[in-house]
Ligand binder design. Structure first.
Ligand code: URA
Length: 246
């Protein structure tokens, strides 16, 4: 079991510098099992129950390192740590920006794409989800400028479609038309602007794009745009369940 000094743990969770955290401890603001902690150098085992036992300023401790969450990404926010304009990190508690290890998005959605976005501070999880070898399916709902012609699904499924400027063909993707100008598309890669460029490759144009599902994890219908929710172990497991994900 990993252990950590209390002051280091809280500093790494973004509560302040080590010195600031030490001052909080001396002021009695940090409690363990209801009693103020006297020693900022106290060693703690980073078990799940520490989370329930430790409180800062009377409030429950932030998630321990190894956190993962889903965000319902709204239109117009950018998946970046430092671009101009509103960023996805602005939608989360400000303290989370100061965490170490850093909280990052698992892949990206375009500024104009909405829907299911995952974030984690767990590098192994991040790589597992985005690794091309794992083929984790990502399902999108696209609204198109022009009616589907009928042959798009076969081209997307062929394994031969090339995006403009790329030599390597795309792995097969599944198209499910819903109306003449709306369709679900499930892809297992994460190339730059992939869905928009796939429809461009068949002479169409994506007007709006929304990610509904990653693996077998759906964006919950009660998670409003801009809201986030921590992932439970079962949610993380669902990312790698491919049955029925297409
Ligand atoms: N494909 C796109 O074109 N944009 C996204 O945001 C995600 C997939």
């Amino acid at each position: 079991m990993t252990t950590s000094r209390l002051d280091r743990l809280l500093a790494n969770l973004g509560y302040g510098t080590r010195r600031e955290v030490q001052q909080m401890v001396h002021a009695g603001a940090v409690t363990l099992d209801g009693a103020p902690v006297a020693d900022a150098g106290l060693r703690l085992a980073l078990s799940e129950d520490v989370h329930g036992r430790l409180r800062v300023g009377g409030a429950a401790l932030d998630p321990l390192p190894g956190m993962a969450l889903m965000l319902h990404k709204p239109l117009g926010v950018t998946c970046s740590h430092k671009e101009a304009g509103e960023l996805v990190y602005d939608l989360l508690p400000p303290r989370w920006r100061a965490r170490d290890p850093v909280l990052s998005t698992i892949g990206r959605l375009d500024k104009e794409t909405t829907g299911l976005l995952l974030l984690t501070d767990d590098g192994a999880l991040l790589h597992k989800v985005i690794s091309p070898k794992r083929h984790v399916p990502k399902r999108y709902l696209a609204t198109l400028a022009r009616p589907l012609e009928g042959g798009e699904g076969v081209r997307f499924a062929s394994g031969e479609l090339r995006l403009e400027g790329e030599d390597r063909p795309l792995t097969p993707a599944v198209l499910e038309p819903l109306s003449p100008t709306t369709a679900r598309l499930t892809v297992t890669e994460g190339r730059y602007h992939q869905v928009r460029r796939m429809f461009a490759a068949v002479g169409n144009h994506v007007e709006s794009l929304h990610r509904e599902r990653i693996g077998a994890l759906d964006l919950p219908s009660d998670l409003a745009p801009g809201e986030h929710r921590l992932l439970k172990a079962a949610d993380v497991a669902a990312l790698f369940e491919t049955t029925g994900a297409a």
